[in-house]
Design a protein around this ligand. Sequence first.
Ligand SMILES: [Cu+2]
Length: 145
Amino acid sequence: MLAALLLAPALVTGIVQVSITNFAFVPDSVRIQPGDTVRWTNNDGAPHTSTGLGQGAGAWTSGSLSTSQTYQRAFGAAGTFEYKCNFHSSMVATVYVGNATAISPKPAPGMDHGAHDAHQRDTRGRAVKPADKPATGSPVFTPPN
Ligand SMILES: [Cu+2]
């Protein structure tokens, strides 16, 4: 009981509605937060399903939904979840959970300006040259007397 109270803030979740209308999921992509629920409602005359295309948490199926039937499920972890209707291959849609992005995002074009900043500055050799001084430890041979 105490644990449930402590966890209460994390249990504040939302329900996002997806309508199945005219052989399409509307909207065809939704973004929710982890723990939120998506509820599909078949507002079409034909039966449809909501069937996840992934594995693990990405694998689910509503079974056949007749007109006005609903199916809902919560998404606990962030990720990108594509799903389809089992009866109509053209019906595909995506649930984005958290900050997840598309499965195959296009990388931004490379902007490589780094090399231009690597040029060397001119230095005045005399200023930094070590002061002249007699060489020490030079191998001068002193013959014995
Ligand atoms: Cu369908």
